[in-house]
Design a binder for this molecule. Structure first.
Ligand code: GDP
Ligand code: MG
Length: 291
């Protein structure tokens, strides 16, 4: 018997969806930062075993009030996460206001697939704080299983995997068994650069940036990469570049090191910054950027 299926991971921004997917797959596929709305696209992380294949789908967080065209595009990908899939997993964290989840809960209720509630970040809780939270979710009678986990510390994530294997339908593998993700190499290059911008810049800057990797040329001993950071305004471009290029240099160095680890090869990275005015609200531009 071979089992294979899709597990959709949904939840509000910053609850730890990407951290959990990476922990379950055992690879850093989705970028993770302390800022909300880091994940913009849907991304599959694939866990392969001899007789199973679990395809996890990480998605942007559920945004209550979209304020830009980019947000709307991100929410469409969240919508699609409700509809397809063999198992749905809602991630929440201690202290998250339940009213914010109402719409998501209503959608989940109407699904006829196994439903998991994952209470993440339990490493932040005292033991006596955990039980009432678990009881609260049990009482809702929406979910088939409630899992308290810490994605960061990989606590209880094995239990979660065991349950998934119980619920996973009998199917042939949907992807080649050596494949880890549905995304091409260029996607990861751009995401690694974007992560550095999220880490080092404040306020609007990270949200105003989009990365396009124009070249990815793999040679025997080195990969040559050419990427462009698009900002919405000239002033943002100057901030990214920094004094005497110090900002862009830092992004480049840190990103290159991560890429060398990810691709296990020496990397030559060329980075440019350009302005694409108001790209977040330009439908054509959003399409070109792959939203
Ligand atoms: P996403 O927006 O839902 O994908 O959330 P991320 O995976 O990007 O995580 C958001 C923040 O929460 C990051 O700073 C993570 O390091 C942190 N985080 C994720 N999981 C845990 C956890 O189990 N415990 C703690 N303490 N922090 C976590
Ligand atoms: Mg994420």
């Amino acid at each position: 018997m071979h089992q294979s299926g899709f597990v959709n991971i949904i939840g509000r921004p910053n609850v730890g969806k990407s951290t959990l997917m990476n922990a379950l797959v055992g690879e850093k596929l989705s970028i993770i930062t302390p800022k909300a709305q880091t994940t913009r696209h849907r991304i599959f992380g694939i866990l392969n075993g001899e007789d199973f294949q679990i395809v996890f789908s990480d998605s942007p967080g559920i945004i209550i009030k979209p304020v830009s065209g980019l947000h709307e595009a991100m929410m469409k990908t969240v919508e699609s996460s409700f509809k397809d899939g063999d198992i749905i997993m809602l991630i929440t964290e201690p202290g998250e206001p339940i009213q914010q989840l109402e719409e998501a809960l209503n959608k989940i209720k109407s699904l006829e697939i196994p439903k998991y509630l994952v209470l993440n970040k339990i490493d932040k809780l005292k033991k006596e704080e955990l039980l009432p939270l678990l009881k609260h979710w049990d009482d809702q009678k929406i979910f088939d299983h409630v899992f308290p986990v810490s994605a960061l510390k990989k606590r209880n994530t094995d239990e979660l995997l065991r349950q998934i294997l119980k619920d996973l339908p009998e199917n042939p593998a949907w992807y080649p068994k050596d494949q880890l993700t549905d995304r091409p190499e260029r996607f990861f290059v751009s995401e690694i650069i974007r992560e550095k911008i999220f880490i080092h810049y404040k306020q609007e800057i990270p949200y105003s940036c989009e990365i396009v990797t124009e070249a990815f040329e793999e040679e025997e001993k080195i990969i040559r990469i050419h990427s462009i950071i698009y900002t919405e305004r000239e002033s943002q471009k100057n901030i990214i570049i920094g004094k005497k290029g110090s900002g862009i240099k830092r992004i480049g160095t840190e990103a290159r090191k991560d890429m060398e680890r990810f691709f296990e090869k020496k990397i030559y990275l060329e980075l440019f910054v350009k302005v694409k005015e108001k790209w977040r609200d330009n439908p054509n531009q959003l399409r070109q950027f792959g939203y």
